[in-house]
Design a binder for this molecule. Structure first.
Ligand code: ADP
Ligand code: MG
Length: 478
């Protein structure tokens, strides 16, 4: 294998070039403070790509920059370098597995042996790839030759070149957090602000409905009151049902500025769309009351049959606080209810009545992958709806393992990091009623005496990666 196999059979390749690189080479990226990184050379790809995580844009719109973290050695995740570079574009790139994603494009210099030249590089998560860098054909100058049969033709470097970087424990840095809410004074907002402050962070309340956006351009922005909002490390959405669609757009915009969103816009959308939510939960095998939806008034009778005849529960899809939930004790009552809702052009569902629940349901508060608190809400005398707004009362409840698992699975299935999962205890095990993406803190903290707000802030801390080392601390070796 030691023989140099130059591709002399094709006249197009300049065999006289004195700069030949193999299919893998050690390179350095001096502008980024990276003395050594192993690259795979692939002329099948156009633009070079570099592994990056925790990508954070910063700087003014006319001089956008990006900061990111990189682990140059796939075998040593402890070696982490923070880099920054000018952003020259943001592009959709389709990778070899066919996935398309929007990536930042930076310009930087690359150095192999004595030769240094400028290249464009896209930033992407390559943590699952063997090479932290991919050199595509746009980085190969016309006088260079790639020999795909050989590796390391040029001088080999080593990760030892990173040795002078001081190893520090990741620092706990204060986070800049935005709380998206239209009710800065309510209990949940105040508690979240308090918990964030106690843990050393800065939390700002932002009225979702007053945010506006500049969409397009290299850097995403959210505007408010005539100004561009600063970049936040994290966003806690508390988006009311009345502005779900606009709130989701605002949240997506925050996400594209690089802020971590405690619940994503997609997950909130899935939980608010009861039809979709039920379908997702059913797909995951999660128990729920038999639920029927229909569009046409012709199918009223059958709808009620499928939901178990009578009694059935008829719910307006927009219902909150139990307002649009009605128990129809007889088939006649059910039919007239359904007809009435249809007449009003309301969206509704018809559901099996879970009698054994005895007018009680269980609110499980999920943070991350954990149920951090649970309470049982019981309906007032003569009422089947347990909502506290309907006069229900709450008390602590001990969950079975099954109930705990169902709550975690339901929030995971909808993609929610923070969720209030409401469960009915039925003779067939736990049945999920609904999954709330902005669960209130007042009831659960009062009943369980737990600091749920701090749990939410701690989850943010664990998800926003600290930028631990700066490239300024790298001492270059000659
Ligand atoms: P909302 O979103 O308005 O709170 P829910 O679907 O949570 O509507 O229903 C309100 C309450 O009515 C529930 O907390 C529960 O106590 C009771 N309830 C709802 N659906 C059923 C059902 N299928 N069987 C028994 N009780 C139900
Ligand atoms: Mg409810």
């Amino acid at each position: 294998m030691g023989e140099a196999k130059r591709q002399g059979n094709s006249g197009r390749i300049d065999v006289c070039s004195d700069f030949v690189i193999g299919w893998e080479e050690w390179v350095s990226l001096p502008d980024l403070g990276l003395p050594a990184i192993k690259a795979k050379v692939d002329t099948g790809a156009k633009t070079p790509a570099l592994h990056a995580s925790v990508i954070e844009p910063f700087g003014p719109a006319d001089n956008p920059q990006v900061r990111f973290m990189l682990q140059p050695n796939p075998d040593n995740p402890d070696l982490e370098i923070t880099c920054s570079a000018p952003v020259i574009d943001r592009r959709y790139v389709t990778s070899s597995n066919g996935d398309s994603e929007q990536r930042y494009v930076i310009s930087t210099h690359i150095k192999i042996a004595d030769r240094t030249w400028p290249i464009e590089v896209t930033l992407t998560d390559r943590s699952s790839m063997a090479y932290r860098m991919l050199l595509g054909r746009s980085a190969i100058d016309s006088d260079m030759v790639v020999d795909p049969n050989r590796s390391f033709i040029q001088p080999q470097l080593s990760f030892d070149l990173f040795r002078n970087i001081p190893h520090r424990k990741p620092i706990h840095r204060p986070l800049r957090i935005a709380l998206l809410t239209r009710e800065p004074e309510n209990y949940s907002s105040r508690r979240l602000a308090e918990a964030a402050r106690e843990r050393g962070h800065v939390l700002e309340m932002i009225d979702t409905s007053r945010c506006y956006m500049r969409i397009g351009g290299t850097i995403s922005e959210v505007h408010y009151d005539g100004k561009v909002l600063p970049r936040y490390d994290a966003v806690i959405p508390r988006i009311g049902a009345s502005i779900t669609a606009y709130g989701m757009a605002v949240l997506r915009q925050f996400a594209s500025t690089g802020a971590l969103c405690l619940n994503s816009a997609e997950a909130i959308g899935a939980s608010r769309d009861k039809l979709l939510a039920h379908q997702l939960l059913a797909r995951a095998g999660i128990g729920m009351p038999i639920t029927t939806f229909a569009n046409s008034p012709k199918d009223t009778r059958d709808l009620i049959n499928i939901a178990g005849g009578s009694p059935v529960v008829v719910k307006l899809l927009e219902s909150t606080q139990g307002r649009g939930v009605v128990l129809a004790e007889t088939r006649k009552a059910a039919e007239s209810l359904v007809d009435a809702f249809r007449g009003l052009d309301a969206n509704f569902l018809v559901q099996e009545f879970v009698k054994e629940a005895g007018g009680s349901d269980i609110r499980c508060f999920v943070v991350g992958n954990k149920v951090v608190g649970a309470m049982m809400r019981s309906a007032a005398e003569g009422e089947f709806r347990s909502n506290l707004h309907r006069g229900g009362t709450a008390r602590v409840v001990k969950l079975s393992r099954d109930e705990r698992n169902v709550a975690r699975l339901a929030s995971r299935e909808l993609g929610l990091s923070v969720a209030g999962v409401d469960i009915l205890r039925s003779s067939e095990g736990p049945k999920v009623l609904e999954v709330n993406s902005s669960p209130g803190l007042q009831g659960i903290e009062a009943v369980t005496k737990k600091d749920v707000a701090s749990q939410m802030i701690m989850l943010l801390e664990s998800r926003v990666r600290p930028l631990s080392k700066t490239r300024d601390t790298i001492t270059k070796r000659s």
